[in-house]
Design a protein around this ligand. Structure first.
Ligand SMILES: Nc1nc2c(ncn2[C@@H]2O[C@H](COP(=O)(O)OP(=O)(O)O)[C@@H](O)[C@H]2O)c(=O)[nH]1
Ligand SMILES: Nc1ncnc2c1ncn2[C@@H]1O[C@H](COP(=O)(O)OP(=O)(O)O)[C@@H](O)[C@H]1O
Length: 206
């Protein structure tokens, strides 16, 4: 086990902005990062796997988990529940690994209350028009749901001042570069690197 706890990063932003795409590209580059798999009541999309993309549960199962305090945060989003299981996040941070949450804005604001030391990153679309194109091109939503998600997106963008960082997702590689820089600077800020050097200095005889 490492001496220091990992850092909790919260990647948030409107549906369709590219959170999933950017997070997957980031994890390919940095396999030491840990991803917290959320629980949801929504239907699995084609190709999605239980326990990989989400833990797919019924409404009753999720309500029970809420009652038993098993979530760090949860939110109802376009008719479904989404929540972050507490045990995995706490245990993984204790082990000294950085954990990423990929969640919508209401949930991110709840995390801020319970984990103020978390690092909050808002992924921003190059434009609302491009956001709409991305939701449509993904082809997972009906016309009504696209509209609901865009209405939600407008409200979510208004909340971006509550975040520590705003990253524009114009290009996936650029967005991942920016997020990697944030991870490095947060580690420097917490002097984890400096404290390792201090220990090494202490062992040198002058
Ligand atoms: N609050 C909260 N939001 C989540 C969680 N997991 C996923 N979400 C968000 O819920 C929204 C809808 O997710 P999903 O149905 O998978 O659609 P997509 O992200 O637009 O592909 C997205 O903004 C997700 O980031 C969670 O555990 N808690
Ligand atoms: N930088 C980008 N440029 C162009 N298309 C993108 C970019 N990032 C993501 N996309 C596309 O936008 C759509 C929505 O991305 P997704 O990762 O599912 O978003 P979210 O998880 O935020 O809902 C997908 O079709 C994805 O391939």
């Amino acid at each position: 086990m490492k001496d220091e706890k990992g850092i909790l990063f919260i990647l948030s932003g409107p549906s369709g902005v590219g959170k999933g795409t950017v997070r997957k590209a980031l994890f390919e580059r940095d396999p030491d990062l840990a991803y917290s798999i959320s629980v949801t009541t929504r239907q699995a999309r084609e190709g999605e796997q239980n326990g990989v993309d989400y833990f797919f549960k019924t409404k009753d199962e999720v309500k029970k988990m809420i009652e038993q305090g098993e979530f760090i945060e949860y939110a109802e989003y376009v008719g479904n529940y989404y929540g972050t299981p507490k045990a995995y996040v706490e245990q993984t941070l204790e082990e000294g690994r950085d954990v990423f949450l990929e969640i919508e804005v209401q949930g991110a604001l709840q995390v801020k209350e319970n984990f103020p030391e978390g690092v909050f990153i808002f992924l921003f679309p190059p434009s609302l028009e491009e956001l709409k194109n991305r939701i449509i091109s993904r082809g997972t939503e009906t016309e009504d749901l696209v509209r609901n998600r865009l209405l939600e997106a407008k409200k979510e963008i208004e909340m971006m001042d509550a975040y520590d960082y705003v990253v524009v997702n114009d290009d996936v590689h650029n967005a991942v570069d920016r997020i990697e820089s944030i991870v490095v600077s947060e580690h420097c800020k917490r002097e984890r690197i400096a404290s390792q050097y201090k220990k090494a200095l202490g062992s040198v005889e002058l």
